[in-house]
Design a protein around this ligand. Structure first.
Ligand SMILES: C[S@@+](CC[C@H](N)C(=O)[O-])C[C@H]1O[C@@H](n2cnc3c(N)ncnc32)[C@H](O)[C@@H]1O
Length: 376
């Protein structure tokens, strides 16, 4: 393992998961058309410096907060100026000796560490200063904002796809989205990083951004076609999502009013659905009180959960997908399947159940039509 000098806890807190060489190579292929002789290249979270190869640039800079990483990087990279420092504090070109007029390219794989996510919460802490205008609950978002502060002209970095496709995250990027435009994005599974392979994979994007006063809106991202190895690409707006049909979160006045109220677990994205339950028998603050007019759609989500193995990793942060017209055609199969798994729901549905074999074959057809070329 590359970042072997760090104990597990430090790896989590520094987000130190070094990048496999093939991905570094792909990043440089994406940058190639933009290379100039008078440019500066910086990786401000450089680890052992694997992104810092000589591509004919005038100045190459590596920075990391981790002292040992910088010592190793110095041994392997001649001609690179290294800084052992916190890249998120007092950010400016002057800090790294980058000429104001230089065309600046940022490369690398900054740490992503959401301080508020529950995963590995017990050991998480960030104990370095972050400039007020960069501070955010997720370190990776702070890093993206720091590239804007450096006035980078081109940015080619890896980061979770969720920064772009979840609208709440997208808004957190602030000035970054006002000043940069995505020009290429290749989707990579977190399983490409050996240490992440134990967990449910999440999508990472190898993203190329160019400085652009037009910036980008969330709608621009919704219609952006991301590249996937060996496939046609993935675009959010190719699909319709369940958020338009049900409540995903408990409402403010979310109290069961009838003795036969039905409950559903809060929904976030597809990866959360993988871990969580759907219909639950008891009320809690994490449950939605189901509006029975929409019960069919909750049955839909319940069936969808049992079919998640059909979907590739890059849907992990999306909402549940739906084709409403097609769903209406196959509704009895969905309801039969839900009732088979949750017999207590039987009395709530009007549609009579159909045979198990027919149900399975109709669901198979539905999901193949819905996922099209993405179906696994
Ligand atoms: C995902 S690793 C990437 C290392 C290297 N760029 C690569 O891809 O192989 C993230 C790196 O960010 C460094 N790091 C974390 N917080 C930092 C900070 N505030 N300033 C500078 N480096 C930081 C970690 O020490 C770690 O080496």
């Amino acid at each position: 393992m590359s970042q072997a000098h760090l104990a597990y806890e430090s790896r989590v807190n520094l987000g130190s998961y070094y990048t496999p060489p093939e991905i570094v190579g792909t990043a440089w292929e994406m940058i190639a058309p933009y290379l100039r002789s008078q440019m500066t290249v910086i990786d401000s979270a450089c680890g052992y410096g694997d992104f810092l190869k000589d591509r004919g640039q005038a100045i190459t800079i590596g920075c990391d907060i981790d002292e040992t990483a910088i010592e190793v990087a110095q041994k392997h990279n001649d001609g690179v100026r290294f800084f052992q420092t916190n890249a998120l504090c007092d950010v400016s070109r002057a800090k790294f000796g980058i000429p104001e007029e230089s065309y600046l390219i940022v490369v690398g794989n900054p740490p992503y560490n959401d301080k508020t996510s529950l995963i590995r919460q017990s050991i998480k802490r960030v104990d370095f200063e972050i400039d007020d205008d960069l501070a955010c609950r997720d370190l990776g978002i702070s890093f993206l904002r720091s590239y804007d502060k450096l006035g980078a002209d081109l940015v080619c970095v890896l980061h979770p796809l969720s920064y772009l496709i979840k609208s709440t995250n997208f808004r957190l990027l602030k000035e970054f989205t006002a000043n940069y435009r995505l020009i290429d994005g290749l989707l990579i599974s977190s399983w490409e990083f050996p240490e992440s392979a134990k967990h449910t994979p999440f999508p990472i994007v190898l993203a190329l951004y160019e400085r652009d006063t037009q910036g980008m809106t969330y709608d621009f991202i919704r219609s952006f076609r991301f590249r996937i190895d060996g496939k046609n690409g993935f675009c959010l707006s190719d699909f319709d999502y369940i958020a338009g049909y049900v409540d995903k979160y408990p409402k403010k006045k979310n109290r069961p009013t009838y003795h036969d109220s039905l409950f559903f677990w809060t929904m976030r994205d597809i990866n959360a659905l993988k871990r969580n339950r759907t219909f639950v028998e008891n009320y809690s603050t994490n449950t939605i009180v189901i509006d029975k007019q929409k019960l069919d759609y909750y049955a839909y989500i319940d069936v969808f959960k049992r079919n998640l193995h059909r979907l590739p990793f890059y849907f992990g942060n999306c909402d549940v997908l739906i084709d409403d017209d097609l769903f209406k055609q196959y509704k009895s199969a969905f309801i039969s399947d839900t009732v088979r798994h949750h017999p207590f729901l039987k009395k709530h549905f009007q549609i009579g159940p159909i045979a198990e074999q027919q149900t399975d074959s109709e669901l198979d057809t539905y999901f193949k039509l819905l996922f099209r070329e993405h179906h696994l």
